[in-house]
Design a protein around this ligand. Sequence first.
Ligand SMILES: [Zn+2]
Ligand SMILES: [Zn+2]
Length: 351
Amino acid sequence: MKAAFWYGIRDVRIDEIPAPVVQPGMVNIKVAWCGICGTDLHEYMAGPIFIPDQPHALTHQQAPVILGHEFAGEVVEVGQGVTRVKVGDRVTVEPILACGSCIPCQKGLYNVCDTLGFHGLSGGGGGFSEFTMVKESMVHRLPDPMSYEQGALVEPAAVALHAIRTSKLKAGDSCVVYGAGPIGLLVIQAARTAGASRIIAVEVSEERQQMAKALGAHHIIHPLKENAIQAVHRLTNGGADICFEVTGVDRCLNDAIDCAKTDGQIIIVSIWEKQASIFPNNLVLKEREIKGVLAYRNIFPAVIDLISEGRLQVDQLITRKISLNDLTQKGFEELIRSKEHIKILVSPSLV
Ligand SMILES: [Zn+2]
Ligand SMILES: [Zn+2]
């Protein structure tokens, strides 16, 4: 079968390898669609970040590894002892690999496991592959009306919903979302679903501004055309209750802090390629707090419900569909070239 391996910066290759042989407790999936994530792009341009450069504690594998962690497909084989799913089921995969025994795992915080890994980043297979094998517990069945394309968007939507649920956001609160890429656009929708009264998106790309507006942002700020901090303070009468930082840019993090009200909260959703600096007095003198969130936990069923009910709209986010053979040129390179794309989906079976 074909699978896309990360070898190094700007070096992703489609290799021919044997299909996985199903093991006890495992499920073999024929991948229908797999999204290109911002994290994949970070790995492509500046990796390895999550990709192990020595054997990973859980998969015992290191680069080159198969990419792709946002996927849905059909169960084609189940291992001994598997009871929750059967051959023919349509599923999406929660790609977190956790040890189950460290202190965070014991507390149920498996998304911050001490030896955290991701299927599609840390070895052991991935979604940019014709078939991939995962643990039964990672599989979530899709309801009948839900498409595989929507199924592939469950993972990024879970990141957004986890960010909202982990924040202090309450119905009626105002919030700012810095960056209207795929995750930012989902954070906007999740904030709206959670009852945010005023959602302000800060974004430079015009295509993304329009998308943010269409998906529920009440105000759009172009940070190069107006002072975003002043605009937010004016629109919210003194600062937003919660600011979500979804850009991974030093300057945006600092602005997001200043956009928050006294006693407000800043949530960092982005993964960073390098160090950023802040002036702590911007937190101290206003008693603001800052919190990081990573991935998701115990949330896939809720996300599947919200997408099914149309309260998280993911179809509009899909701006291109390509075959696995085109992953590099029509996928990664295109995302670097242009901000007009939000989510590019990849099919290993499309020729
Ligand atoms: Zn992702
Ligand atoms: Zn653990």
